[in-house]
Structures are given as C-alpha cells and as structure tokens.
Design a protein around this ligand. Sequence first.
Ligand SMILES: Cc1cc2nc3c(=O)[nH]c(=O)nc-3n(C[C@H](O)[C@H](O)[C@H](O)COP(=O)(O)OP(=O)(O)OC[C@H]3O[C@@H](n4cnc5c(N)ncnc54)[C@H](O)[C@@H]3O)c2cc1C
Length: 485
Amino acid sequence: MKKYDVVIVGFGPTGGTLANLLALHGFSILVLEKEKSFYPLPRAVHFDDEVMRVFETIGITNTFLKYTIINKGTKFVDKKNRVILDWPRPREITENGWYPSYRFNQPDLERELRKKLKSYKKVEIKQSSNVKKITNKKDEVDIIFEDINSKKIFNIKSKYLIGCDGANSITRSQMKTKMKNLGFTQKWAVIDLILKKNKKNLPDRTIQYSNPTRPATYCRNVGKRRRWEFAIKKTEKIETILSDKYIWNFLKPWLKKQEARMERKTIYTFQSALAKSWKKGRIFLAGDAAHLMPPFMGQGMCAGIRDVSNLAWKISHCLKKKHDDKLLNTYQSERSSNVKEYIETTMRMGEFVNAVGKSPITNNISADSEGKKSMKSIKPKLGRGLGKPKDKFRGNIFPQFKNNGKNLDIKFSRKPILVLSDKFKQSLSNKINYYRNKSNTKLSRYLENVNCEGLIVRPDRFILASIKNLKDVKLITKRNLKLLI
Ligand SMILES: Cc1cc2nc3c(=O)[nH]c(=O)nc-3n(C[C@H](O)[C@H](O)[C@H](O)COP(=O)(O)OP(=O)(O)OC[C@H]3O[C@@H](n4cnc5c(N)ncnc54)[C@H](O)[C@@H]3O)c2cc1C
C-alpha cells in the first residue's frame, strides 16, 4: 500500500497553497480533488499583504502579480449615496513588504498554484478522486478514495492528512466534529460581469450600499471584471431574482445590458461558523473546512492561507524530527481566535451593510475635523500557543525587511531565525539559524523601537519570543532550541 508524508484533501486555494508550502521541504505529497479541474468561476476577489507574503514564500509572485491590481479600499454609502464610512487602503508598502490589499480573479491564482507544483517531483495530484473514508491510527492515517472515472477504489496511507475540502468537508464529518454557528446567515445574489468597454463612471473602490431595502456591494475587480452582490429577502423567489430581466433592472443605475457580458449569476448563503475541533490525532482541518465567514471583508480565503502557513511548518518540523502532538495542538489555539476576530468583524460589517448594526465595525474608527469617519484594517495576533503569553511581542507578525534587494524571508526561506542586534558579538552554535544585523538600518530602527536586542522569528514569520537583554540570548535560545535547529 502506497504511503505518503502528507495527503491533502481538496485542491482549492487552501490545499494548493499548503501543497506548495510543504513541497518546499521535499516531502512526498498527494493531493486528492474530486472535481476534474479547478473551479473556473471567480469566488474570492480580494486578498491582503500577509497572504501575498505567503505567495512570495512559495515563489509565485513573479508570475501571479500581473493578474492582480492594487485595491484602493471600500466606501460605505447610505441610501442617498452619502459616504458614511471610509475604509481606505493606502498605496503604501506595509510591514509585510507588499501593498495592503489586492484584487484578483480566483482561477488565475489556482492556475499559478498548480503550475508551481508541477516543478516538484514528489508531489502527485489526482483529480476526479473522491475521498470516502479517513481513519486516524496511532502513527498514520488510512485513506480510501474512489477514482470517479474508473470507479476503482484505492487504499493509501499517510503520516498526516489535511482536509482542505471546503464548507461540506468530508474530513470534518470523518473527524466527527461539528461547525458552531456564529449567527450570520443571509442569502445574497452574486453577479459577475465583464465590461465590453471601460466605463469611467464606475467607481474604482468597493462600494457597500448600506441600504435596508436592498443591501448591496459593488466590487471593482481585475481588468474589465466587475461584481455586484445584493441581499435577498426571505419572501423573494430565487428564480425571479436570477432572471435576466430582474438583474438588468437592478443594474440599471450603473450599466446598460449592451455594455457588459454576464459571466455568471448565482446565489450564496453567507454564513459564519467555526469548526469545534481542527485536529484529531494526525488529521487536520484548514480553510473553509474549519471556518466560514461572509465575504464583506474579503477574508475567507485569506484565513485559509493563514491556516496553512501556520500548520505547514509545524507538520514539516514533525516530519523532519519526530511527531510532536504538543506542537501540533497549538495550530487550533493560535489560529481559531485569530480567524474568529475576522469572522466577528465581518459579521458587524454585514450588519452595517444591512443597516441594522448597532456596534461599530471595529475599534479602529476615527473621525476627521469635518466628522468624516474612516476605519483601519484589523491585524489580530495569534491566539495562545507557542511562546510565553506574557511576552507582548509574541504572536505579532515580524516585518519583512528588504536590504539591497535581499530579504530575510527569502534568505532563510521557511526556517526559524534568531534575529540579533549588532551589539551581540559572541558566537553561537552554527546549527542555529541566526542573523546578526549589521547593515540593515530599518531592522536596527525596528529593534530600537520595540526596545529589544533580539527576536526569535518562526518559519511563518510570527514572533515566538523577544529578547530584552543580550545576556538572555543564550538562555532564551536554549529554551527554544528544539525549534531553532
Ligand atoms: C461570493 C464570494 C466571494 C468571496 N470573496 C472572497 C474574497 O474576496 N477574499 C477572500 O479571501 N475570500 C473570499 N471568499 C471566500 C473564498 O472563496 C473561500 O474561503 C475559499 O475559496 C475557500 O478555499 P478552500 O480551498 O478552503 O475551499 P474550496 O475552495 O471550497 O475548495 C475545497 C475543495 O475540496 C474539494 N473536495 C470536497 N470534498 C472532497 C472529497 N470528498 N474528495 C476530494 N475533494 C473534495 C472540492 O471539490 C473543492 O475543490 C468569497 C466567497 C464567496 C462565496
């Protein structure tokens, strides 16, 4: 019976990114996907700087960048089209080394993820393969899947299995865990259009129409793609809403029928939910299999990419050294509170768009002298897990410092780093990946600002520990040695 290091169920953006992250370490990986190809129509249209940093790690940004545009932000308007809240995304490079927010077309990303995977010899991809049964054993996972074309049944084994199999996850049901409903359920129509010619009067920003009679969203997507979404009342019939007549009538204020081609029209039930358990032995959930949120912030897929960025290095560590349940248990505790904050903020945004929200979307809302309100993006820390909760830097993202075109992410590709100020002169074991800062002034300034002489940075670029005094370097390094070599 064939045995893999890792089996990934589901080849959406979460599974595709995870396969790429693990492939960097040369593991044998099998990706099982029940569809015969990737989903050709857009769902996600937005991602952020943190996610782009993960895409940079897996080496797709050079080719993928040309399929993206920089997102300028979102405006919320009331039923008289007056701006009631602004969420600008300034065209400035963030701590992650990229712009805060991008627009893209999901099939372009999935194509790039697949293309990159072809360069790894030990990665197998089996489309039209429906996973039927997953059994967690002490040291491995047994998997049964069916080749949908031949109807042949296959039995395989893997050291680890990750269910990136979306909202109706078979992995989740095999783990016998349930989703906890967090309270948002609403049907929305999603209409994707491709303009025949550019239309200057269509906004460059995303517009959220906070209108209680017809809450709606307009998205300026890549190239000539535009999307409108609108809430459907419980009394309305789906067939009526999805009829061309209804849709073109809804679009009248912005667009005439002859000005665009409708790529698709569909209804989604926007939900908010979190899986109760994300791990059973050697089986894990990631992406939509672990959490669902309405798309108002464009963060559902982003959360899945963050999950696998967190999980991939922990699994790699276990495969290279030995299985460490304690380390793997930190996956859910670190990720679930982070994603919960996104879900709750998105829900409040949904209430705001529905014009029923009473509490502010985030605490990050300020008003200028004329009373114009604007909000900032949220960047929640990791939940409790590795490292000491008392350390206030632990769980924050470590900025990406580029120096003469080189950056630490690339130099230490997915390895942990002990970053030290130039004041540290002693030598350390060369088994440890450490970086003594000599010439990077931005990094020196950062260490000065946070008042630290050093930091331990995890492979996913979150801070594990901060080092206040140079005399503590050896002690803190020794304490975290297991992860540093
Ligand atoms: C209208 C809309 C707009 C959105 N906009 C955004 C946005 O702007 N930004 C953002 O970040 N997110 C957005 N999202 C959310 C985003 O699309 C999802 O979070 C993301 O696609 C989930 O990716 P995934 O890989 O976890 O799951 P999926 O993409 O659902 O992939 C799961 C895969 O698993 C496969 N599978 C399932 N069962 C089996 C089985 N038994 N055997 C083998 N394979 C199986 C499925 O065929 C599927 O290919 C939006 C969603 C919607 C609906």
